[in-house]
Design a protein around this ligand. Sequence first.
Ligand code: SAH
Length: 255
Amino acid sequence: MGKVYIVGAGPGDPELLTLKAYRLIKSADVVLYDRLVNPEILLLAKPECQLIYVGKEEGKHTLEQEKINELLLHYAHTKEVVVRLKGGDPFVFGRGGEEALFLAEHGVEVEVVPGISSATGVPAYAGIPITFRGLSSSFAVITGHEDPKKERTSVDWESLKGINTLVFLMAVSNRKEIARRLIEVGRDPKEPVAFIERGTTREQRVVITDLYELANYPPEVNPPALMVVGQVIKLRKLISFKEVVACFYPTVENL
Ligand code: SAH
């Protein structure tokens, strides 16, 4: 019987792997990896290691979650070192908790290795400090995937009014509705919004807008992207950072 390591691969740049993740990928007999894992990271695996893609495309789930669970169980019984590799941190919207629970319930030894979540790593690479003395003393990480028009959504929009910096994941398709909701609960329509596509990779692209513009004339954004809302975005220009291709949304000035 082997052991399953549920490992965070970080947001993209392979150098953002933890030393523990690096060591485990190198020693793995099998790696089951997600769509958002940078393929360069898989090159670290030993030649005889089995690499299995279990990613879920948006809308179309290549493998249902139950099938992934069954695969993990199968490899736990047939291999020594099983690495379940996920983008970012496995416990931040990564279904890592569900997988760990499933394996534990089936008597499999599990270890969770945290990773740098895109929620914090991606804004940092784009020069946006999510907290900043005098500008932001709180941040929240929120799923943008739930339909904000739904009555029974579990996102408590009212509670988001008083949090300085908001970081939305999986928000691209609902971006317009999210902006409307935030204005509705009382956030300033002039508040800056940043979208960071493919953060920490060579294809990183930053799009700047504000809540009003986003609610009415949403700019083009392609997933995977992070949506950041807050005054801290204004610091972006003042902080030096490497290789950011910025695309300024033309109607917003003085950012
Ligand atoms: N567990 C992951 C998140 C999984 S949900 C983590 O901790 O980062 C997937 C969402 O994460 C995407 O829809 C996107 O919003 C965000 N994301 C992941 N990697 C990203 C990247 N390199 N750049 C921008 N957004 C990213």
